[in-house]
Design a protein around this ligand. Sequence first.
Ligand SMILES: Cc1cc2nc3c(=O)[nH]c(=O)nc-3n(C[C@H](O)[C@H](O)[C@H](O)COP(=O)(O)OP(=O)(O)OC[C@H]3O[C@@H](n4cnc5c(N)ncnc54)[C@H](O)[C@@H]3O)c2cc1C
Length: 384
Amino acid sequence: MIRDPDTLNALLDTVSRFVRERLVPAENVVAETDEIPQDIVDDMKTMGLFGISIPEEYGGLGLTMEEEVLVVAELCKASPAFRSIIGTTVGIGSQGILIDGTPEQKAAYLPRLATGEQIASFALTEPESGSDAASLRTTAIRDGDHYVVNGTKRYITNAPHASLFTLMARTDPSVRGAGGITAFVVDAKSPGIGFGKYDRKMGQRGAHTCDVIFENVKVPAANVIGGREGVGFKTAMKVLDKGRIHVAAVCIGAAERMLADALKYAMERRQFGQPIAEFQLVQAMLADSKAETYAARCMVVDAARRRDAGENVSTEASCAKMFASEICGRVADRAVQIFGGAGYMSEYGIERFYRDVRLFRIYEGTTQIQQLVIARNMIRAASA
Ligand SMILES: Cc1cc2nc3c(=O)[nH]c(=O)nc-3n(C[C@H](O)[C@H](O)[C@H](O)COP(=O)(O)OP(=O)(O)OC[C@H]3O[C@@H](n4cnc5c(N)ncnc54)[C@H](O)[C@@H]3O)c2cc1C
């Protein structure tokens, strides 16, 4: 749902200019230093980008899902690492509080997340629990007016910069699976929280992940999201339904950027006395990439509109995430091919995108997990 096209177009224009004038010129610096310059982070705060998904009453921009995907796709025409710094706060880090938090929790946390003063991370994955998230082992055992948390979370995006974690932990170890899991908001400065070294990743330099180790961390009982034990896994899945539409939008922005770069290169690069764009085999790669990117954009916007209309979008979110991340990988591969040898060289930047976008088929549910979700939902609906 787009509430006011003029306001949205003004925001899209601002983001587009920011991408062109500030982010794209800084891509190489970020790749070399593995850091996003502080002045860029500050500008993102000023633009309200940390608060795009947080309602206006808590100081955010309160974008609808349709508006959010359009803004995110525009932002992701620059290196994905720039989006990552706002991504966990906008998405999986804040949405548990927003969707299932108590009024007191929303009032306590959302305003500082909306301004970017605080960064939120989402701590679900563990060394022994990835796709099978319901098997997580981190425990949170009630002791009077607080819980004692022990366990290790793995690959947590923005953990080194986080002020708070949306943490999934098992409050009832006697219940195996989803029913024993509770969601918490945890202050990242709590005594007993330790951090691993930055993970050395295939791509997305400038976006940081690491292990987060909880050793006898005391978390107040008031920090149970929504005040209810045993429903944390449901909260996580609701968060991921939204997160998957968001990641699908990220894929569209990246695919459109790579395709624009490949087209420009194909029109400039000459072989056999003509631009390589004149060769029909190159045109096939351009055309397939265009059609797939267009299809993915239509799908993501449709899924977003359905969510705005209050529909259950579990199937559509998984379809959009799976399709958009898969076509993004294919577009990346063709873009490298169109660049030829230059595509393999770091100075042209396309090999960096190729590595950066590989992640999208893995996190927030691998392609195989999306397939399982889609098929299970189909079977459940047909059996009802
Ligand atoms: C850079 C990065 C950032 C991340 N950020 C976060 C974060 O902020 N918070 C967080 O909680 N997690 C985060 N993750 C974790 C991410 O969500 C998991 O890596 C992902 O869900 C896959 O889990 P896994 O790595 O344990 O792989 P596994 O679950 O071990 O899967 C390995 C392979 O087996 C396949 N597989 C597994 N089960 C099945 C099945 N039932 N049927 C068919 N195939 C199957 C998978 O599809 C995959 O191909 C991040 C990961 C990365 C790499």
